[in-house]
Design a binder for this molecule. Structure first.
Ligand code: NAI
Length: 341
C-alpha cells in the first residue's frame, strides 16, 4: 500500500521565504489567488512582484496594490522564487525565451501543474530548485477558502533540489498560500500528470461515450428527447450523486437511492468484467500519457488552437462531437425550452 505523506502548518516554516523576492509570472486564476494569500500570510508587499503582459490581469494586480512589471526578463533577474502561473501551453515559450536567460542560478521555480516539468519542456539549469505546489481547486476557491480560514487540497513535490533546501521552501510556500491548513499531499509531477491526463483521456472520454450510447439505445426504445435529457443530466442528479460520493463515500452514497436502484447498481457493476476496460485504460496510461505520445501530438496542434473557425482542431472536434444523437436532441430541447419562456 502506498500512503502519501500529508503536511500541515506545523511542518512548514515561513522563515525559509521571509526575506526572498517572490515573482508571480501571471495574475490569472491561480496567480491572483496565490499572490494575495501569500501577502495576507505576512510576506511583505514590497517583496512580491507580479510580472504580466499588458492586459486586464495586469490592471487587476495593480488595482490590488501589487507592483507590476511587464518585462518578464527584468522580473526574472530579481526573483528568488518564481511562480510560473500562466497557461501550461504558453509556459515553454515564455519561460525558455524570456525568463530562463536572466533567471538567477539558485532561484526556486514553482509550478502548479506537472505537465511541463514531467515532459521536460522547460529549459531549467541544474542549479535551480524546482518544486510543484498544485492546488486541486480553482483559483477563486483557493482565495475564498483562505479568507474563511480554511485550507484546500493541494499536491506538493520537490523535483530538483539545487539548493538542498527545496523541500523546506516548497512547504513554506504551501503554508503561505494556505495549502497546509487542511493538509498538503506529497506527490510528484509524474503522479500529477499521470492522474490528470489519464482522467482527461481515459476516464472522462469513456463517461462521455457511455452517455452518448445510452442515449441512443433509450431513444431507439421510444423514449423522448425531453425525458432523456432530464433523466440523464439536465436534472443535475449526476452532479448531486458525485457530491454525495465526496461527502459519504463513493459506494456508500448509494444508500440515498431506492432499494430497486441500490440493488440494480450494485449487482450491475459487479456483473461487469473489468478486464477489457482495464486493458484499455492501461494502454492509455502507458502508451499515450506516460510515454509522452500525447504531449508530442498536442505540441503539433498547439499553434493551430489560436485559429478561428474550422482551422482550429478543437473546433473540428466540437463539430464532430455535436453531430451525435444526444447533442442534437439536447439542442432541440434547449431551443424549445428557451422559446417557451
Ligand atoms: P490563467 O488562464 O488564469 O492565466 C492567465 C494569466 O496568464 C494572465 O496573467 C495572463 O496575462 C497570462 N497569459 C495568458 N496568455 C499569455 C501569453 N501568451 N503570454 C504571457 N502571459 C500570458 O491560468 P491558470 O488557470 O491560473 O493556470 C496557471 C497554472 O496553474 C497552470 O499551470 C495550471 O495548470 C495550474 N492550475 C490551474 C488551476 C485552475 O483552477 N485554473 C488549478 C490548479 C492548477
Amino acid at each position: 500500500m502506498v500512503a502519501a505523506k500529508i503536511y500541515y502548518d506545523a511542518d512548514a516554516d515561513l522563515s525559509h521565504i521571509q526575506d526572498k523576492t517572490i515573482v508571480f509570472i501571471g495574475f490569472g486564476n491561480q496567480g491572483a489567488a496565490q499572490a494575495q494569500n501569500l501577502r495576507d500570510s505576512g510576506i511583505p508587499n514590497e517583496k512580491i512582484v507580479v510580472a504580466n503582459r499588458e492586459d486586464h490581469y495586469a490592471e487587476d494586480a495593480k488595482a490590488k496594490g501589487f507592483q507590476v512589471v511587464n518585462d518578464f526578463g527584468k522580473a526574472a533577474e530579481v526573483a528568488d522564487v518564481l511562480f510560473l502561473l500562466i497557461p501550461d501551453q504558453v509556459q515553454p515559450r515564455v519561460f525558455n525565451g524570456k525568463i530562463a536567460p536572466s533567471l538567477k542560478q539558485n532561484a526556486v521555480i514553482v509550478v502548479a501543474s506537472g505537465y511541463n516539468v514531467f515532459y521536460k519542456l522547460l529549459r531549467i539549469a541544474p542549479t535551480n530548485d524546482v518544486v510543484m505546489v498544485a492546488p486541486r481547486m480553482i483559483g477563486s476557491s483557493v482565495r475564498s477558502l483562505y479568507q474563511k480560514g480554511r485550507g484546500f487540497p493541494c499536491f506538493v513535490s520537490t523535483e530538483q533540489n539545487g539548493s538542498g533546501k527545496a523541500s523546506e521552501i516548497a512547504l513554506a510556500l504551501c503554508r503561505a498560500i494556505g495549502a497546509t491548513k487542511s493538509g498538503a499531499i506529497e506527490s510528484s509531477v509524474r503522479e500529477e500528470t499521470a492522474m490528470d491526463l489519464f482522467a482527461e483521456q481515459g476516464l472522462w472520454p469513456n463517461i462521455i461515450a457511455l452517455f452518448r450510447e445510452a442515449f441512443s439505445v433509450l431513444k431507439e426504445a421510444g423514449c423522448s428527447d425531453e425525458a432523456l435529457c432530464y433523466e440523464m443530466w439536465m436534472s443535475k442528479e449526476p452532479a448531486e450523486i458525485f457530491e454525495k460520493a465526496a461527502d459519504d463515500g463513493f459506494i456508500l452514497q448509494l444508500k440515498h437511492h431506492s432499494s430497486v436502484s441500490q440493488y440494480g447498481q450494485l449487482s450491475g457493476a459487479l456483473a461487469i468484467d473489468g478486464t477489457e476496460i482495464r486493458n484499455h485504460f492501461k494502454d492509455i496510461l502507458y502508451n499515450r500519457v506516460l510515454n509522452g505520445k500525447f504531449c508530442e501530438e498536442f505540441s503539433k496542434i498547439e499553434e493551430a488552437l489560436e485559429k478561428e473557425g474550422e482551422g482550429n482542431p478543437l473546433n473540428q472536434l466540437y463539430t464532430r462531437s455535436e453531430a451525435c444523437e444526444l447533442a442534437q436532441a439536447e439542442k432541440r430541447v434547449r431551443h424549445r425550452l428557451a422559446s417557451q419562456r
